[in-house]
Write a protein of this length. Structure first.
Length: 113
């Protein structure tokens, strides 16, 4: 066993990179969280509705859940179990993803996170 193999054994294991397709609505959520910090679900849904008036309400709900599953946003606390009362913040992966998201999202983009 070589030196490099032993050194790699000492490092913590990384989570494998996964591909995530981000719709413009999901990109809007990430940009809103960067701009104003942790926000409740209702505020994020209003942000999507304000910028993409033709997006259905299910687009906001599904987009936020997809971002949470991908590890780009994190739910803060469990004070209110209803979706409208949940608060979200950016995760470390989400802050890294923001490096490549344009300020005005117009199309779906794929990221490896």
């Amino acid at each position: 066993m070589g030196l490099m193999a032993r050194l790699r054994g000492l490092l913590p294991a990384r989570a494998p990179a996964t591909a995530v397709d981000l719709s413009p609505s999901q990109q809007i959520v990430l940009l809103a969280l960067r701009r104003s910090g942790p926000r409740p679900y209702a505020a994020l849904a209003r942000e999507i509705a304000a910028q993409r008036f033709y997006a259905p309400p299910a687009d906001a709900a599904g987009g936020i859940l997809t971002l949470e599953r991908a590890g780009l946003i994190v739910r803060m606390g469990e004070d209110d179990p209803s979706p409208a009362g949940r608060r979200y913040r950016l995760s470390r992966r989400g802050r890294k993803a923001l490096r490549v998201i344009p300020p005005e999202p117009r199309s779906v983009m794929q990221l490896w996170v």
